[in-house]
Structures are given as structure tokens and as C-alpha cells.
Ligand binder design. Sequence first.
Ligand SMILES: Nc1ncnc2c1ncn2[C@@H]1O[C@H](COP(=O)(O)OP(=O)(O)OP(=O)(O)O)[C@@H](O)[C@H]1O
Ligand SMILES: [Mg+2]
Length: 523
Amino acid sequence: MTKMAVGEMLTQLGSTMAGLMFIWAMFKQYFPFDLQNHIEQYAHKLIGLVYPYIQITFHEYSGDGFERSKAYAAIERYLSSNSSSRAKRLKADMVRDSKSLILSMDDHEEITDEFRGIKLKWASRKTTPNRQVISFYGDNDEKLYYKLTFHRRHREIVTGTYLNHVMEEGKAIGVKSRQRKIFTNNRGEQWVGSRRTMWSHVVFEHPATFDTLAMEPKKKQEIINDLITFTKSKDYYKKIGKAWKRGYLLFGPPGTGKSTMIAAMANLIEYDIYDLELTAVKDNSELRKLLIDTSGKSIIVIEDIDCSLDLTGQRKKKEKEKGEKKDGDKANPIEEEKKKKDAEDSKDSKVTLSGLLNFIDGLWSACGGEKIIVFTTNYVEKLDPALIRRGRMDKHIEMSYCSFEAFKVLARNYLDLESHDSFETIRGLLEENKITPADVAENLMPKSSEEDADTCLKNLMEAIERLKEEARLKAEEEEKAKAEEEEERLKAEKEKEKEQKSAEEEKEKKTSVAEVKENGVIT
Ligand SMILES: Nc1ncnc2c1ncn2[C@@H]1O[C@H](COP(=O)(O)OP(=O)(O)OP(=O)(O)O)[C@@H](O)[C@H]1O
Ligand SMILES: [Mg+2]
């Protein structure tokens, strides 16, 4: 074909198109509306017969919702992981809650996806309304949507499995790339944008992991397994009829890694942390509100539970009240009223044990699901048994003083040491002495660029020796104090006896004088 012929054909095609468009415009203008509809319907049917493809569209904003469609977001994530290597034109965007840029295909770009041998076509489109209005707010009326096209013989698989697969994958990618947060409760409510919230948050960036946590490897692995099993047990919890949540109680002396363990947990299973400050909670109903305001995939932490709630106080208070009642009739009625009011006030501003128990496993606690509740305490024996029974706190984890195994983890982390001549000595020292991982870690950390592994280990051994000496002195002092106390007690007892004796003697004297007098009267 010559160039001329091509040119001629194009002109002809052009004029034919123009002619058709003209007819279409005339048709639209002069045909009754009903008839137009009918003809369009038939046209679609006719096209359906020859065009064997099905199209599904997913709009970014559906209906009148302010919220971005979840399906659209999931597809965007799914396609971004699939398309960035294939599509030629990409657009980058920082989506809220995300750590990194999301690359997605640009408007009007298309890619093909394959699923079980089926070929599907995804296209990104946008519609611009045909209005002749100049908007001050830019092109806000633009609507983005994804269009999925596939052959109609694959309808079952696509609507049944493929779309589910896209949603699941999209969600999973979302969770992975999501920025995790740490929340803390406010006093009262706050408004963030158009939403009322009781929590404030910052981005959670704690570097602790289970690899850096010093602990016996067996115990550590057990906890890791427990956590991972929990995250995967949605169906199991449903089957056994339990709310999908789990409680951990971490107890042990200060500096043994309880807080560090919580950070490691959050990093392992990629959950948000809600750090609940119980003393700032007004009452039980506020506590419940706080609970409802938490999202799924979260760890709710109450640190130092023994300090934040006077759990033994409940019982003491009752005893006190009983005492008051006994001598109640004698007391001034106004004072009595005031006392009562004070007691009520203090009750109002405090969360009670029963409120906390309800918080952990009442009916509300099932809302949202996928929650881990962690309590930490230095004194486990101080807590009410009801609070830490299994079912509320399912797993009790003791964090104790540094063992040799834990030391080896720290040595590996801090000094890159797998073994050293002094390890055996240190093993002996650790077995004999109680030293916290925090102290060991502090001594293992090089304090200047000149300090090498040898010096650090030497520092540690010296520190343990020092601690040993300190402990010995302390024990001696305690013994001394005890002895002194005992002595004083004995002294006091003797004095008391003496007093008693003299009192009795006095009494005897008096009675004999009286007898004499009496006798005198008689005689
Ligand atoms: N088991 C451990 N593994 C690694 N580092 C530890 C461990 N225990 C303590 N540390 C180090 O000691 C510091 C204090 O630990 P952490 O705050 O976790 O103690 P804690 O048990 O929460 O103490 P407290 O009861 O006083 O809150 C941490 O910064 C951490 O670096
Ligand atoms: Mg702590």
C-alpha cells in the first residue's frame, strides 16, 4: 500500500467517524428519552453477545462515604506490589499510616494479572465530570476507579476466589507496611479531626527484639511460639467460643527486662501498643470507654499494676467501714455525713478491682478481637488472685536475675563475643550472685572508644564482686539492725514487766492500807 493510499484511508475514516458522531448527536437531541434508553439497552445486549468480557469497577469513594473505600485501598496495595515491576507509568504516594512510599500504576495505565492460569486485566481510570464550572478547589470532582476485565467463562473463579485473594493480599501488605503506634490515655476525651478519642499516640519505634532480649533460650522460644500461635488462631478461638485475646503477666525485680519484653512482643507480631495509665482513669465506665476505643491487633499494657491500683485497699476499706459503724452512734452526725461523702468521692475517682476484672474479661473485652493484655509487676504476691488467674492472665512469665545463658545473649549483642576465657568465671559469679540484666548490660557497654571486650568483661566481673561485697555489707547491717531491734524489744518487755510489778505492788499496798482502815473502823 502506498503512502497516499494510507492517507486517503485515514481521511475517509475520519469523515466517517465525524458523520457517525453527528448522527449520534442528532439522535440524542431529537429522539424521545425513553426510546434512547431502549436503544442503549439493546445496544449493550448486542455488544454482550459479541463481546465476551465482564468488567467490574471499584470506585475510590463509593456512595456518599467520606471514607476511602477499603476495597479500593486493598486493590491499590495488591496492584502496587504486582504492578511496580510491570507497569511503565507509575505514581508515587505516601498513604496515611504507611512507612514508605506506595508506588501504584498511573491513571489510564493497564496491567495484566494471572491467577490459576486465567488472565485478567486491571486498568486504572478516572472520570472527570462534564461540568463547565471552574472550581476553586482544583479537580476535586475527579473520581478514580479500578476496572477489572476478564472473560465471562471465568466468572465463578474471579468473583469467588480471585477477588478474595486480592483483598486478603492487599490487607496483608497494608498491615506489613503500616506504621505502628504507641498510645497513651488522656484525661477525658479529645477531638482529633472529626473524631473523638481518648488516646493520644506517637509512632512506635523501639528497637528491642527477641534476638536482643537476654533470657534463657528455651523460655524465650516458648513465648515466641505462644505469641505466633495466638496471632494465627482466629478460627480456633471461634471454635472454642472464646474471645480472641490473651493475657500475659510479667513479673520480676526492676531492671530484668519486662518493659523491653513488651517492646519485643510488639515488634515480633507487629501490633500497636496501648500503654494504659490506670491512675489517670476516672472511673470504671471511663475504663470501659478506653477499652472500646482500642483497635484490633494491639497490646494493652498496664505497667506496675500493684502500684497503680490499691488492690488490697478494697478489703481494708470494708474493715474500716465496719469499725466506723461500731462506734457510729457516738459520732457527730455531720462529721459522719462528711466522712461518707469523702469515701464516695474517692471511690468515684478510682477504678475498682471489679472494674479492672471486667475490663480484662468482661463482655466488652471481646470487642475488636485480636488483643493482648500485659500486666507488669515487681511484686506478684501482692496481687489479688482473682486478677491473675488463668483465663485473665493466661501466661505468667517470670523475668528474673541474669543467668549465664542470658549473659551470653548480652555478650553477643554488646560485644560480638561468642566465647571468652573469662566466661567460666562469670558463670560462677552469676550463679552465686543476683544481678539484673540491666546491670550486666550497663557494664558490658563500652564507655569510650578505647574500651575493648576484655576491659568490658573485666568491668563486669569487678561490678559483680562489688555487688557481692555490697550485698554482704547490707546483710550484715540488716543482721545488726535485727539484733538491735531484738535487744530493744527485750528491753521494752523487761521494762513493761517492771512497771506491771510495781503497779501490782502499789495496788497491794493500797488494799492493805484500806484493810487497815477498815479494821480500824471495826475495832
Ligand atoms: N532481659 C534483658 N535483655 C536485654 N536487655 C535488658 C534486659 N533486661 C534489662 N535490659 C536492659 O535494661 C534496661 C531496663 O530494662 P527494663 O526497662 O525492661 O526493665 P523492667 O523490668 O521493665 O524494670 P521495671 O520493673 O523497673 O520497670 C533496658 O533498657 C534494657 O536495655
Ligand atoms: Mg518497666
